[in-house]
Every structure is written in C-alpha cells, then in structure tokens.
Design a binder for this molecule. Structure first.
Ligand SMILES: [Zn+2]
Length: 83
C-alpha cells in the first residue's frame, strides 16, 4: 500500500491566468467533502482548477472549481467533477 495521499497537497491552479492559487488549510478537504469525493481516490496526479482567482478576478465572490486527474489510473475509478 502506498502512503495515503494528503488532499491538502493537491495543487490548485487558476484556469484563466494559470497562476497557482493558495487556499487556506482545510479548504481542499472541505471542497472534496462537498463534492463527495473520497480523498483516497486522489493522488498527486490530480489537481484542482479554479475558474478565476484573486489575481485575475479580485471582485468575484467565489470561483467555480473542478477536480481533474491528469492521467487515468487503473486502480482508481475517479472521474472529474464539475460544479
Ligand atoms: Zn487567475
């Protein structure tokens, strides 16, 4: 068994400007719980795309996010979820 992946380590990137997005500790865990995504199905090949960020859209109340897997894994039937 591989070491459990910490979802807090997921990389978050802005899909508009490409800047990395920094979230508060716990934000990723809350997002995944809200999506109903089991963190055990995620690994370092997954990342979160934010539709906008403070840098390119500072006035937005919030940003749509999408969890994506860069490469499919045979042992993890995870599919991207979209808001
Ligand atoms: Zn941005």
């Amino acid at each position: 068994m591989a070491k459990a992946f910490d979802p807090e380590l997921l990389y978050v990137e802005c899909g508009r400007c490409g800047e990395p997005v920094l979230w508060e500790p716990g934000d990723t865990t809350r997002l995944l719980a809200w999506y109903g995504v089991n963190p055990e199905t995620l690994d370092e090949r997954c990342l979160i795309i934010s539709d906008g960020c403070r840098a390119c859209d500072p006035d937005a109340a919030g940003y749509d996010t999408e969890v994506v897997r860069l490469r499919p894994a045979d042992d993890a039937p995870f599919e991207g979820v979209k808001t």
